[in-house]
Design a protein around this ligand. Structure first.
Ligand code: FMN
Length: 532
């Protein structure tokens, strides 16, 4: 259970799951995971016969079909992405079944786009990107009575785009209690809960899958928050909750599949009704594979960052960290984002359905400073969360490798989101593009992309404040910002892709400014290469 003074589990997990590139005796570069001298191979994927399937299936529960025709939302995607979810709203905002359908589909549904992998597996792509397309997230709703859906706990199945009722009746009180009365949940008619089934990602990525849990959850939540904003539904991300109680509510075991994040959605319509004891759920689910492998660092880290009770959750979030960015050391350059009147009008549902991971960029022409500015401006306004201070600097710092932006010298910059500027750190330098490719796990797209956006977090103060559970928060927060950046890129007609990296080399590269920080995540973006 998490103890805010003990951060050793998070630091040990982070060190054990770093990616490093080393030269062996023959001069060949080898990739490894860990911190020397304790290193292991990066990828498992050893037994193709037990490759887990990316869907949870309840064979005995009746599926509820969902509406296919949904009304357009209307709000431009870039406006939706810029909302925090915590904007004041006096009106009651109660989602109906079509709103839940849109939220579920666009957070964790199918794109109706398929591809075959080298292992012969057919990948059915999802509306939010995911590490290695090894989709491991499941989505649940806990709701009171809605205009056209009775109160209950529901699972959304991406495979057949349907809801299944796991529990009937209003169970929101159990969630509220587990969260130690998170303010957003007290007034929300609906809570969306994301779980991860670790084995579905760990089959390939071993223990690093636990980082991916929060990368992918943050990426999916970026979709969720933007869709809710477009539906005029307030949101609050809730990361402080008693893990065991939330898992029991959903009927998941907390070891193979565990609750990762909760999002309160909407406001009003009567608070949760009191409930008695919850009987355990015993709905049958189909096995994911004939055998499963546990990578011990995952359950260890998950247990070390768990909260035991609602009281512990309330204490955990009590005083959010107020982070302040250190003053610039070089005169910052003011960003110049596009005004509301001239931003593209495409709504978020169209942007999400058109989003892809872009690995081919136009290296012949730069992107304009206005597009670059708009992307940074719209994707970094923050999000309402139980454990984050409003209007504070993000927990991470946004480091940029600028390869090709009109009017900006190629080099390294630090984004200063609250000031609307970027601070030059190092201009010029040789072989910037080649270095960018290397840092991003030797992937060429990072060299070709116009900008690489790195999310680095100083884990020292974050963990000192939030304990081991702060590690979950740090990973998810960075990924949510990156997910928004990805969507904003598409809304502006650009492309983007998330990436993994060589942890310590990234920090060295951005040092001395980044000294002491840790690599969380990177997203590269730019103008897509035209076909032909
Ligand atoms: C957190 C995250 C990390 C990713 N890392 C990489 C990466 O290192 N290399 C890569 O080629 N793609 C990476 N991707 C892209 C995924 O492979 C991609 O999202 C997935 O295959 C689904 O495809 P789509 O994004 O086009 O829907 C990453 C995506 C996410 C969300």
């Amino acid at each position: 259970m998490t103890d805010n003074r003990d951060t050793s589990a998070a630091l040990a997990f982070h060190a054990a799951t770093k990616y490093v590139a080393l030269r062996d005796a023959s001069g060949e570069v080898q990739y490894a995971m860990g911190t020397p001298p304790t290193l292991e191979r990066t990828i498992w994927q050893e037994d193709l016969s037990i490759e887990p399937r990316p869907y949870k299936v309840y064979p005995n529960l009746r599926p509820m079909g969902l509406p296919t025709e949904l009304p357009p939302t209307g709000l431009p995607a870039l406006a939706a992405l810029a909302r925090t979810g915590g904007e004041p709203a006096r009106q009651t905002r109660i989602p109906d079944l079509s709103a839940l359908t849109r939220l579920a589909r666009l957070t964790n549904g199918l794109l109706h786009r398929r591809a075959q992998t080298q292992t012969g597996r057919v990948v059915e792509f999802r509306t939010a990107g995911g590490t290695g397309a090894r989709y491991h997230l499941e989505l649940y709703f806990v709701c009171g009575d809605l205009p056209d859906l009775s109160a209950g706990v529901y699972h959304y199945a991406a495979a057949d785009d349907s809801l299944r009722q796991l529990r009937s009746g209003d169970q929101r009180e159990a969630l509220l209690k587990a969260s130690g009365s998170a303010p957003g949940l007290a007034e929300a008619p609906v809570a969306l809960v994301l779980t991860s089934t670790f084995w579905r990602n760990a089959w390939r990525y071993k223990a690093r899958a636990y980082r991916h849990t929060f990368w992918d959850a943050g990426t999916s939540l970026a979709n969720c928050l933007a869709v809710a904003a477009a539906l005029e539904l307030p949101t609050q991300v809730v990361l402080g909750f008693a893990d065991g109680a939330v898992n029991a509510l959903l009927g998941v075991d907390g070891e193979r599949e565990a609750a990762i994040a909760v999002c309160a959605i909407g406001r009003g319509g009567g608070g949760p009704a009191g409930v008695g004891d919850l009987p355990p759920l015993e709905h049958l689910t189909e096995p994911l594979s004939s055998a499963e492998v546990t990578f011990a660092a995952i359950p260890r880290m998950h247990a070390a960052s768990s909260l035991a009770s609602g009281e512990a959750a309330a204490a955990w979030r009590q005083q959010p960290l107020q982070r302040v960015l250190t003053p610039p050391r070089q005169p910052p350059i003011a960003l110049s984002p596009l005004d509301d009147e001239v931003i593209p009008r495409a709504p978020i549902e169209d942007v999400i359905m058109a989003r892809r991971s872009t690995r081919h960029y136009d290296t012949e022409r730069p992107i304009t400073f206005e597009l670059f500015s708009t992307l940074l401006d719209r994707s970094t306004r923050g999000f309402a969360a139980d454990c984050l201070a409003d209007a504070a600097s993000p927990l991470h710092d946004g480091y940029l490798i600028v390869n090709a932006v009109e009017g900006l010298a190629p080099g390294l910059y630090l984004h200063r989101p609250l000031e609307g500027s970027i601070e030059p750190l190092k201009i010029g330098g040789t072989a910037l593009r080649a270095q960018a490719a290397h840092l991003a796990f030797d992937q060429q797209y990072a060299a070709d992309a116009h900008v690489n956006s790195y999310y680095l977090t100083d884990l020292g103060p974050v963990l000192a404040h939030y304990g081991n559970r702060g590690y979950r928060l740090a990973q998810l927060e960075a990924a949510l910002f990156a997910g928004r950046l990805h969507l904003a890129a598409h809304a502006l007609g650009l492309g983007a892709v998330g990436s993994t990296s060589f942890d310590d080399e990234v920090v060295d590269f951005f040092s001395p400014r980044a000294a002491g920080a840790s690599f969380m995540f990177v997203l590269v973006f730019g103008a897509r290469r035209r076909r032909g």
